[in-house]
Structures are given as C-alpha cells and as structure tokens.
Design a protein around this ligand. Structure first.
Ligand code: ATP
Length: 241
C-alpha cells in the first residue's frame, strides 16, 4: 500500500496549502486525482513521491513508514516510486542525451551495467528511435521528451508510479501511447498508480477509481462532512484511452 495519512503540506508552515489530507493506493490499483487548479494536487504528488517533506502526517510505503524526504529517504523507498511530471523540460537535465536521461537512475544507483539493455528495451516501449536517443532535450519535441521521462521513471522497475499531469501538454495520440505504456507496465509489475490530472474523462477511463480533492481533505472543525463526488462509484475498472 501507498498510504498518505493526515498530511499537512505547503511552502510556508504558517499557511500550508492543505491540511489533514489522506489517500491510499493499493498494490496494482490506479487512482486518479482531480481537483481545482492550485488546491495542492502537485504538492501532494510530490509528497507521495518522497520529494517534498510534509509539515505533518505520515506516508507509509508497503507498510514502511517514510523516515525522511528527498535525499533523506532511504534509497530502497525512493527507488520504489517512479515519477513523471507535467513539464518534461523542467524535469530533464538539458545536457543529457535522451539515452543518458533514461539511464540516469541506473547510474545514480550503481547499476550502470544494466543501462544499455534497459534503455534499449524502454526506448522501444515508449517509441523512441535510436536517432532520438542520441539527441539532447532541446532537439526533441515535448512529446518525445515526455516519452523519455516516462522511460526514466520505469527504469528501476518501481512498484509505485506517480504521474502528475503527465499528458497535460500532449496531443491525443501521444497521450494514448503514454497511458498504454503505463498500463502495460502496471499489468506486468502489479504497480500502483497515482495519476493527477484535470481531464475527468481520461482519468475515468484510465483509473480504477477517480477521487476528487474535495473528498480528501478533512473539513475544518464545525464544517459539513466531505461530500461524495456526484455520480462517482468508489471503484471501477477502466481501459486506457
Ligand atoms: N515552490 C513553491 N513555492 C511556493 N508556493 C508554491 C510552490 N509550488 C506551488 N506553490 C503554491 O502552492 C499551491 C498549490 O500548488 P500545486 O501546484 O500543488 O496545485 P495544483 O492543484 O497541482 O494546481 P494545478 O492544477 O494548477 O497544477 C498554489 O497556491 C501554488 O501557488
């Protein structure tokens, strides 16, 4: 399980972006997260990916409480979660050729020997040719760079994936291609997924269940209980777009 318990997080402890938010993703489950712009979805995704320390609350991964974030998180926990962000250009080292970008986590974890075979396998999966693998980020399109970022997220075979608006900048065919790569990976590895997005239709098709931000945050004292999202079943099966 990837469990987020009563999280309070933000960028200023005196005024957190959200308080007391809880969410659980079961092994092999795909959970979509919808919510208004600025409510804190990306912040929550970064906490779940162990990249942003919450002010309060706790995260447990496969029953193991997370003792620290970023470089303070144990490597085994960090590498059990793959992350893809909305803007690949902000997430990619502009100096690296795409093949080195994909292999970066292998090099960082001392598994350089696997880089050649694993990069070739993942490049084929995400649809990157040899020519594209030899280029740097400024020489490829956003969609091609996002394909490389997805391959990088999968390279260590994570048990959990956090996709933060992964397809927001992409056209319909690239979106469909990337979603099907994620789904194929999840089928093979029984990986859990937290997919943040704005596109309800896509999330409903992609995920087993879609939750709305308003149902996650505990209400302030004295307020009404969180409302269910109208028309949403708690769990459903979906097929990739
Ligand atoms: N690095 C940062 N420093 C300070 N404030 C930030 C930072 N990143 C985000 N914020 C603020 O935190 C709040 C939540 O941002 P976040 O990106 O988590 O929202 P979101 O729900 O993902 O929004 P969107 O759907 O527009 O991407 C916003 O008010 C935003 O301005």
């Amino acid at each position: 399980m990837l469990e987020l318990h009563s999280l309070t997080a933000g960028y200023d402890r005196r005024a957190p972006v959200f308080r007391d938010v809880s969410l659980t993703v079961a092994p092999g489950e795909a959970v979509g997260l919808l919510g208004p712009s600025g409510c804190g979805k990306s912040t929550l995704a970064r906490v779940a990916a162990l990249l942003h320390r919450p002010d309060a609350g706790r995260v447990t991964v496969d029953g193991r409480p997370v003792p620290g974030w970023r470089h303070r998180a144990p490597r085994a926990l960090r590498t059990s979660i793959g992350v893809v962000f909305q803007q690949p250009r902000l997430a990619a080292d502009p100096r690296l050729r795409l093949r080195d970008l994909i292999a970066e986590p292998l090099r960082a974890t001392g598994r350089r020997a696997e880089a050649l075979a694993r990069t070739a396998e993942l490049a084929a999966r995400v649809g990157l040719t040899d020519d594209l693998l030899s280029r740097r980020p400024h020489e490829v399109s956003d969609g091609q760079l996002q394909r490389a970022c997805l391959a990088r997220a999968l390279v260590l075979r994570p048990r959990w994936l956090v996709c933060d608006e992964m397809t927001a900048m992409l056209d319909a065919s690239t979106t469909a291609a990337l979603v099907s790569v994620v789904e194929e990976y999840r089928r093979e590895h029984a990986a859990g997924l937290l997919a943040v997005g704005h596109d309800r239709v896509l999330l409903d098709r992609w995920c087993d269940r879609t939750v709305h931000w308003s149902s996650l945050a505990a209400p302030p004292p004295g307020a009404a209980a969180p409302r269910a999202v109208p028309g949403k079943e708690p769990a459903r099966t979906g097929t990739p777009a």
